[in-house]
Design a protein around this ligand. Structure first.
Ligand code: FES
Length: 304
């Protein structure tokens, strides 16, 4: 059809393809855009080169993770270093210093590291890790010397973790009082009472006393429980809280036994053990399965 002069006269009109000058102008615009595009790509490479030279002038440091050591320029944040070397690292807020999921523990010598900024100090305070100077936020810490670190949360931790746990325990040594409550004669109790009653007793009379006294129920152990005191208080308060909880449990069970006696049912027997001492306190597990774990090294008897 292009060979036919009539067809060409009909199709190649000025309104359809413009004048020679207009076409030349369009070609010029296209070429300008291509040049700009190529220039932008070239600029990225040049900028990278300049950054590399600057970083090497500033000096390099070693950043040691539990499974590898990487060499990074001074002044880079630990999280940026993880990104750059593709080390998986949790960062729910993307490094804005809001979520605390990038938190790390610095192993060994911490001298010479920059102090936490106001933002970092605020977030560490919020998660209860301000007192432990070895815990830092990877997105805020810009080390200037070789350090060894351990990321404290698994890389896949998500926003649900941040929203579900306002306060976490990254691992610290502190004085904690643990209280074991054991309902004695549980076989007899199970024979005399419905399982629901047993659950009710544990929930109502043991847990309530622990929480009202200021402690935390840490584990349910059959018909009893393990409670911790001092997770957020000093040792004196922790001891007092535990003794108060024990007294409240005694009062509660006495009250309950009066009711059982009226119903001609066997009274409940129980034992309480309280110990206080230095423990390593920290969250273990991940996601929904995280629990606070107190690992004792030298428990001393507080009272019994
Ligand atoms: S990544 Fe969110 S505080 Fe560091």
């Amino acid at each position: 059809m292009a060979q036919q002069p009539e067809w060409r006269a009909q199709i190649l009109t000025r309104t359809r393809i413009g004048t020679d000058a207009e076409r030349a102008s369009l070609v010029q615009i296209r070429d300008d855009f291509l040049l700009f595009y190529a220039g932008t790509i070239g600029f990225v490479f040049v900028a990278r080169g300049v950054r590399l030279i600057n970083e090497q002038r500033r000096g390099m440091i070693n950043l040691t993770y539990p499974d590898r050591t990487i060499r990074v320029p001074k002044g880079l944040s630990v999280l940026e270093a993880s990104y750059r070397h593709r080390v998986p690292h949790a960062n729910v807020c993307g490094g804005k210093g809001r979520c605390s999921t990038c938190r790390i523990r610095i192993m060994g010598d911490r001298s010479g590291l920059p102090d936490p900024s106001l933002r970092e100090a605020f977030v560490l305070e919020r998660i209860g890790a301000r007192a432990d100077r070895a815990v830092r936020l990877a997105c805020q810490l810009r080390p200037t010397k070789d350090i060894a670190i351990i990321p404290l949360l698994p890389p896949q931790v998500g926003a649900s973790f941040v929203h579900s746990k306002s306060r976490t325990h990254p691992g610290e040594e502190r004085y904690v009082v643990s209280m074991f409550v054991d309902m004695r004669g549980s076989t007899q109790m199970a024979a005399d009472q419905l399982p629901f009653d047993t659950v009710f007793i544990v929930n109502r009379f043991l847990e309530l006393a622990v929480t009202q006294a200021g402690g935390k129920v840490n584990q349910y152990l059959g018909d009893g429980l393990l409670a911790l005191f001092g997770v957020e208080t000093d040792r004196r308060s922790a001891c007092r809280q535990a003794l108060r909880a024990a007294a409240m449990i005694a009062v509660n069970i006495k009250h309950l036994n009066r009711g059982l006696a009226e119903a001609e049912r066997s009274p409940l027997q129980y034992g309480i053990g309280i110990n206080g001492g230095e423990v390593i306190l920290g969250d273990v597990g991940s996601g929904e399965n995280t629990i606070l774990n107190a690992k004792s090294s030298s428990l001393r008897r507080c009272t019994k």
